[in-house]
Design a protein around this ligand. Structure first.
Ligand SMILES: NC(=O)c1ccc[n+]([C@@H]2O[C@H](COP(=O)([O-])OP(=O)(O)OC[C@H]3O[C@@H](n4cnc5c(N)ncnc54)[C@H](O)[C@@H]3O)[C@@H](O)[C@H]2O)c1
Length: 309
């Protein structure tokens, strides 16, 4: 099949491009004509050590395949330096894929402050610093595509990952706000929650599952989301072993107390509050803003005030 989704003259920053998912993205963007800034600090799974070799190797691989790439060895916590590499080498930045990440798993009582802080710093602050530095260029050129890498641990929770889960859910919160900020300047930002074989998952998933959930099966979603033809923004997409889905918030019809009410009233109606069945208050719905919630309250106040026949 012809690769019709091309990225000629586009500059893409991929953080953590030296292994796992980042490497798979970098090779594909290189093949599709993008100029790739391959960032990688070259650390271990839990963020120790560092090596410039990791970024150098992926750059060589892209070049061997006829692509254009430059390495950057900074930590994502210094996003401005990564963007500087893009500007100095290629003069622009069109796409940012926030992918770099590490793990510091432990149950809450054993979790050290340092394990909390480093996860926030690399996943959340790292994405912020790269986006912030790239944003002004994207705004000027009225084009930008950004991917934040969330995780099932963030959107569903996972034992021993309070730090990682908080950062990963935080990334989607950032996506939702920036989707609104970027709208008028054609800056689109989406979150993905991948499941893929990498050193992060090699001891968590069975070998037969690892064979199915290859990083290459995440790549097409990311490539499409970053293309100029894709205008969706603020989405959360799950990708795993060939399955690609969109995830959204669902709100139960709930209960509306029109007068004073107490904790006992909440207790008495708890089952209904938690139910996603259709009730006389309506169907479960899919809110996208707090305004939706306020509108619903105002509507219910009006309805309750109407004289009963
Ligand atoms: N593999 C999965 O199933 C899965 C699931 C959910 C989310 N994720 C997320 O996907 C992303 C990629 O994960 P992966 O599985 O490919 O892991 P990986 O460990 O193979 O790759 C991560 C890369 O990020 C680099 N890195 C780490 N800290 C860095 C820093 N401060 N600055 C620059 N580079 C840094 C590492 O050197 C490494 O090359 C991560 O954000 C991870 O949390 C992965």
């Amino acid at each position: 099949m012809v690769d019709s989704l091309r990225f000629d003259n586009r500059v893409v920053i991929i953080t953590g491009a030296g292994s796992g998912l980042g490497k798979a993205y970098a090779l594909e963007f290189g093949k599709r004509g993008a100029k790739v800034v391959a960032n990688d600090l070259g650390v271990s799974r839990n963020g120790e050590g560092h090596s410039s070799r990791v970024a150098d190797i992926i750059v060589q691989e892209i070049q061997k395949l006829g692509g254009i790439a430059v390495a950057n060895y900074d930590s994502v916590e210094n996003g401005d330096r990564i963007v500087k590499t893009a500007i100095e080498n290629f003069g622009r930045v069109d796409i940012v894929i926030n992918n770099a990440g590490i793990l510091r798993d432990s149950s809450i009582l054993k979790m050290k402050d340092a394990d909390w802080d480093i996860i926030m710093s690399i996943h959340l602050k790292g994405a912020f610093t790269v986006i912030k530095a790239a944003w002004k260029y994207m705004k000027q050129q009225k084009f930008g595509r950004i991917i934040n890498t969330s995780s099932g641990s963030g959107i569903y929770g996972n034992f021993g990952q309070a730090n990682y889960g908080a950062a990963k859910m935080g990334l989607h919160g950032m996506t939702l706000s920036l989707a609104k900020e970027g709208e008028k300047n054609n800056i689109r930002i989406n979150s993905i929650t991948p499941v893929a074989a990498s050193r992060m998952t090699e001891d968590l998933l069975a070998p037969e599952i690892l064979n199915i959930v290859t990083p290459e099966k995440i790549v097409p979603l990311v490539v499409y989301l970053c293309h100029e033809s894709c205008n969706d923004t603020g989405g959360l997409y799950e990708a795993c072993g060939g399955l690609i889905t969109r995830v959204r918030w669902q709100r139960s019809p709930g209960i509306f107390f029109s007068g004073q009410f107490s904790a006992e009233d909440v207790q008495a109606r708890w089952r209904e509050i938690n139910s996603f069945e259709t009730t006389r208050l309506g169907n479960p719905d899919y809110p996208t803003s707090t305004t939706d919630t306020l509108k619903k309250v105002l509507y219910l106040i009006q309805e309750t005030a109407k004289p009963k026949l």
